[in-house]
Write a protein that binds this ligand. Structure first.
Ligand code: BES
Ligand code: ZN
Ligand code: ZN
Length: 463
């Protein structure tokens, strides 16, 4: 799909967004209603003889417009139009552009037959030249989200820690970012024993990746950390067969963090951003780490392993520690991870779980997320849940002793590796539910959603 911003359209064929009120007054009301169309979210109707695609929406808020644009993009794939016009204004240009790009997204890397229908969408406004910066911004954010989706959707045999590092290196080269990659030898030197233990049974050695965007006169410094399990079999605490399918998505946190630094650097924001990624594969084998093992993490804290499937928090413990030692002073420290199934139980699959100590920070992130069209929900820490991580033989256990509140106890485990001076700057995002979907919703099609990228781009922009 090719999207153009123009003052004048070259076609009569058009997309019309229509609310229930507008439908009442529309001269196409009878025709549309006889075709069974209702002006509500996620509904659309072609009137071929009128050369119009109608898309319903509840109201004209940016979030409704973004969703409607995604519905339009999906519908257009089934149509035989070459060029379609859609009128936009200052308020709609950004969400509409995002919705079109995200809704049109398709992962066809492994398909022999690609959908090669070329369609041009003309976004029409008399003020086209004034809208250009907003159009460009929306394109960068949506395309960075699709970049993240592509990585997450790629099969685990094609993206393992080594290839993940190559992707990061390529992005760094293209976008002028600094790039450091720690391989096995360096990880040993750094005492990243938790990362090394999780990755030990894999034929693909783990990597710790650090990318940095450092503009002159940066106003703030943001540190991002991503869980990059290129595959999570569960390890010796093996996942059941049906739960293992889709576990290529366990690299979604790391992939999101890459998408975020891509967006921020292309938007040329005055904010320094560091992305730290633990790229590891959790497998089984004669040399696998085991339930009952005790690991000495990079921080020096010892961890009793009681479940090798709670591996993400082990990897993050080392990456968080390395990140905080490498970047001594930051304004924000955020980690993104497909960390727990429990987060989906708590919030559903459409909401990212947010945990941390600063209510103010949680609030401002919630606002940025909502402006960007992502749902977040706060999961509260408490001292009772924290006690469940106590170990009889080590400093901490990698799973809680009781089964409830699993998303929060995972967050509390990470909290043990946050330095005192960063407690108020840190938030943990559990994207286990939101990162991947097998049924389309909102702007998301089958597969990876790119969760986190829009929210964080919006937040960094607001700084
Ligand atoms: N990667 C999974 C979490 C996950 C589950 C992500 C489903 C996306 C969809 C994580 O490593 C894991 O296995 N967590 C365990 C923790 C448990 C052993 C305490 C879980 O959620 O079951
Ligand atoms: Zn796991
Ligand atoms: Zn995992």
């Amino acid at each position: 799909m090719n999207i153009k911003l123009t003052e004048k359209s070259s076609t009569k064929t058009e997309i019309r967004f229509i609310t229930p009120d507008e439908l009442e007054k529309s001269r196409y009301k009878k025709l549309l209603e006889s075709a069974g169309f209702e002006a509500k979210e996620e509904s659309s109707c072609f009137l071929y003889e009128k050369e119009k695609l109608f898309v319903g929406l509840d109201d004209k808020t940016p979030n409704s417009l973004r969703t409607a644009a995604a519905v339009a993009a999906r519908a257009l794939k089934k149509a035989n139009f070459k060029t379609v016009a859609l009128s936009v204004n200052e308020k709609s240009i950004k969400p509409v552009t995002e919705g079109l790009i995200l809704g049109a997204y398709e992962f066809d890397k492994y398909k022999s037959e690609k959908n090669d229908k070329k369609i041009t969408i003309e976004l029409v406004s008399k003020k086209a030249s004034e809208l250009k910066p907003l159009f460009k911004e929306a394109k960068i954010i949506a395309e960075s989200t699709c970049f993240t989706r592509d990585i997450v959707n790629t099969a685990p045999d094609d993206i393992h820690p080594g290839t993940f590092a190559k992707i990061a290196k390529k992005l760094a080269k293209e976008n002028g970012l600094a790039c450091t990659i720690l391989e096995e030898k360096e990880l040993k030197k750094e005492s990243c024993n938790a990362i090394l233990a999780v990755g030990r049974a894999s034929v693909h050695a783990p990597r710790l990746i650090h990318l940095a965007y450092q503009p002159k006169n940066a106003k703030k410094r943001v540190v991002l950390v991503g869980k990059g399990l290129t595959y999570d079999s569960g390890g010796l605490s093996l996942k059941p067969a049906t739960s293992m399918v889709t576990m290529k998505m366990d690299k979604a946190g790391a992939s999101a963090v890459l998408g975020m630094i891509k967006a921020v650097s292309e938007l040329q924001l005055d904010v320094e951003v560091h992305a730290f990624i633990g790229a590891v594969e959790n497998m089984i084998g004669g040399n696998a780490y085991k339930p009952d093992d005790v690991l000495t993490s990079r921080s020096g804290k010892t961890i009793e392993v009681r479940n090798t499937d709670a591996e993400g928090r082990l990897v993050l413990a080392d990456v968080l520690d390395y990140a905080q030692d490498t970047i001594k002073e930051c304004d924000y420290l955020f980690d993104f991870a497909t960390l727990t199934g429990a987060c989906m139980v708590a919030l559903g699959q459409y909401t990212t779980g947010v945990m941390g100590h600063s209510s103010r920070l949680k609030h401002s992130i919630g606002k940025a997320a909502s402006n960007a069209g992502e749902l977040t929900g706060s999961l509260p820490f408490n001292k009772h849940l924290r006690k469940l991580l106590k170990s009889e033989i080590a400093d901490i256990c990698n799973i809680a002793s009781k089964p409830y509140g699993g998303a929060i106890t995972a967050g509390l485990f990470l909290d043990a590796f946050i330095k005192e001076e960063n407690k108020q700057k840190w938030l943990h995002f559990d994207i286990a539910g939101t990162a991947y979907t097998e049924s389309p919703w909102d702007v998301n099609n089958y597969g990876a959603t790119g969760a986190g990228v829009r929210m964080m781009s919006e937040f960094v922009k607001s700084l």
